[in-house]
Design a protein around this ligand. Structure first.
Ligand code: SF4
Ligand code: SF4
Length: 261
């Protein structure tokens, strides 16, 4: 903790970074802490409980652009950073990434290659709960499965917290806010809520880090991260690792087209 605080203070003093996106002590869990001064950096914490995906702040307009930024990145935030770099949403030379090695040692990762190496060397955090949940839903007959999702998503009141929490939802104008043409009804209703979630998850095909932040952000506790998790599984099974990660915007001449009637 002190090691990170001191390193951030020195990066700020040397003008190597303008801002550090990290975690501070929360009441229940660590909370995001954006440190721009040495005093603010004194509140930084970073340990195994810091699992929230802070990469979501990297593309916010107050941070993106000219700012040099440091970040304390959880495993899934590192995945998001790799994807954001692939989509040219971040400038590698303006980013200082800190991660935790297994055992809790602080690691400073210099650039994309080191982030990728660290990810390759680090065991993937368990997603057993999500795997079991998907298995349970997959085992339902199609009609029951449709009823399950319709039942859950009919409760959605379209607050878009799931979108706001996602590092990969960075479009300045989301499809749900476009009204010429209007793709998705803006008011909450079972069918259009379903449409919204299908659109959200489709847009994230191959880009989602599986961090679960969308589900954690939902004030109603709707399991929308399970939809994302299922999409991660489908993309891995059908496309492996698509180039640049984006399954919808890449193709290979030998892609299967058996879905075309
Ligand atoms: S869709 Fe959900 S699980 Fe995937 S990156 Fe976004 S917040 Fe994380
Ligand atoms: S966070 Fe929950 S209630 Fe809000 S739009 Fe997403 S699914 Fe609906």
């Amino acid at each position: 903790m002190i090691e990170l605080q001191n390193r951030v203070k020195s990066l700020l003093a040397d003008k190597e970074i303008d801002l550090f996106i990290g975690y501070g002590q929360g009441t229940r869990l660590p909370r995001p802490l954006l440190a721009g001064t040495a005093e603010e950096a004194s509140g930084l914490v970073f340990d195994g409980a810091c699992t929230g995906n802070l990469a979501v702040y990297l593309t916010r307009k107050e941070v993106a652009g000219s700012k040099k930024v440091g970040i304390a990145a959880s495993y899934f935030a590192l995945r998001s950073i790799v994807q954001l770099l692939a989509e040219h949403q971040l400038r590698e030379e303006r980013l200082r990434v800190f991660a935790l090695a297994p055992g809790g040692t602080l690691k400073e990762l210099a650039g994309l290659a080191e982030v990728e190496r660290h990810l390759a060397e680090t065991p993937v955090p368990s997603l057993q709960v999500e795997d079991d949940w998907v298995k349970e839903i997959d085992a339902m007959p199609p009609k029951e499965r449709w009823g399950y999702w319709l039942g859950e998503l009919s409760k959605c009141f379209k607050c878009y917290a799931c979108r706001a929490a996602c590092p990969m939802c960075y479009c300045t104008k989301c499809i749900v806010e476009v009204n010429r043409p209007q793709w998705v009804q803006p008011w909450a209703a079972a069918a259009s809520n379903m449409e919204w979630q299908i659109n959200r998850v489709m847009h994230l095909a191959g880009r989602c880090s599986d961090c679960g932040a969308c589900g954690a952000a939902c004030p109603l506790g709707l399991p929308v991260h399970i939809l994302s998790h299922k999409m991660v599984e489908i993309v891995a099974q059908r496309f492996g690792t698509p180039e640049g990660g984006n399954a919808l915007s890449t193709f290979k001449p030998d892609d299967k087209e058996n879905f075309i009637g």
